[in-house]
Write a protein of this length. Structure first.
Length: 345
């Protein structure tokens, strides 16, 4: 080996070792930021509820849990795409402590619920799942406040289209959602108008319908990507990691099948049938369902209570701005109870 060759080899080896050291230090810092985050203690302590097994109309068995006093006013929580009922950890804790009976369930194929019978992940089926949860968890004379995030809110609209809303619900809260044009208006890959067809193809096959397995462990790069896609600037490291763990746990085929169903979503005709008082919540930094979706939903609702657009908030408002979302639910539930008491008097 010549002196020049040896020097090049030594330089390459030194540079490689330097990169490995830098990567190790970055990973260590990343993990320490999550461990030191004040939110980590709560997010790591999953609440334990009473397990309910719910059978949907097509035979799919859903996992649900009830929290809080059994005689409390019922609130039903439906999470979004690639999430699980633990997504509502802040609301479960706060609402049950305030005396509500909180019923949270895993959507079909998510969390501990079974995969969909017949591999059916159409949005209408998610609406039928909500009907099953309400029918099997509420007393005949009870009406719940139904709350949905993203896909969970779409399920509420799909349910309203085919069921007697006022027989089961007293009010509704729709968070970070849309009912159509999801691909046309997302902000993940901003492109000029002439390239919308390309943008749609990328969104369906590269994002919504992607069946590739995700890395099993979080990294600084994966966390940065998730923060860009799903969160606003104020989200903490532990909050981003909390959602990432749910995303990783979602089976790739479920993720893809639901994503393709979302690409074909059109529920505008369902909104006029959601006739109970409804609050709509959006995040002004939401790249997946920008505030224009919430504004359009608000215009179509027959009983809009409030349209709330949270500042510096992405697609994960129940995590990022959990107090604001919880307070909006409590306020609407309180007004609903007052109206019911007045009507009964």
């Amino acid at each position: 080996m010549t002196t020049r060759t040896r020097n090049r080899w030594l330089w390459g080896a030194t540079a490689g070792a330097g990169l490995l050291t830098a990567g190790w230090l970055l990973e260590r810092r990343f993990k320490r930021e999550i461990a030191d985050d004040p939110e980590q203690a709560l997010l790591a302590s999953a609440p334990q509820g009473t397990v309910l097994r719910v059978t949907s109309a097509d035979g799919t068995v859903l996992h649900a849990e009830a929290f809080g006093p059994t005689d409390g006013p019922p609130i039903v929580l439906g999470h979004g795409w690639t999430e699980s009922l633990r997504f509502w950890i802040y609301q479960i804790k706060a609402l049950s402590e305030r005396g509500f009976r909180v019923i949270a369930y895993d959507l079909r194929g998510h969390g501990e619920s079974n995969a969909a019978a017949g591999d059916d992940y159409s949005v209408d089926r998610f609406g039928e799942d909500l009907e099953a949860v309400l029918a099997q968890s509420l007393a005949p004379d009870q009406r719940a406040v139904v709350v949905g995030h993203s896909l969970g809110a779409m399920a509420i609209a799909a349910w309203a289209e085919h069921h007697d809303v006022q027989a089961r619900a007293g009010a509704a809260v729709l968070v970070n959602t849309g009912v159509g044009d999801l691909l046309a208006e997302h902000l993940l890959i901003p492109v000029p108008a002439f390239a919308q067809a390309i943008n749609r193809t990328l969104a369906v096959h590269g994002f919504l319908g992607n069946r590739a397995p995700l890395p099993r462990f979080s990294t600084p790069l994966s966390a940065a990507a998730i923060r860009y896609i799903a969160f606003g600037p104020a989200a903490t490291p532990a909050q981003v990691a909390f959602f990432e763990r749910m995303l990783i746990a979602c089976p790739p085929d479920v993720r893809a099948n639901v994503g393709i169903a979302l690409s074909e979503l059109e529920l505008s005709d369902a909104l006029p049938r959601l006739t109970v008082p409804t609050t709509v919540i959006a995040g002004d930094r939401d790249r997946l369902t920008p505030p224009a979706h919430a504004e359009r939903i608000a215009e179509m609702l027959p009983a809009l209570e409030h349209l709330i657009v949270l500042e510096d908030t992405g697609h994960m408002a129940p995590i990022e701005r959990h107090d604001a979302v919880t307070n909006a639910i409590v306020e609407l539930a309180g007004r609903t109870q007052e109206a019911a008491s007045t009507a009964a008097a």
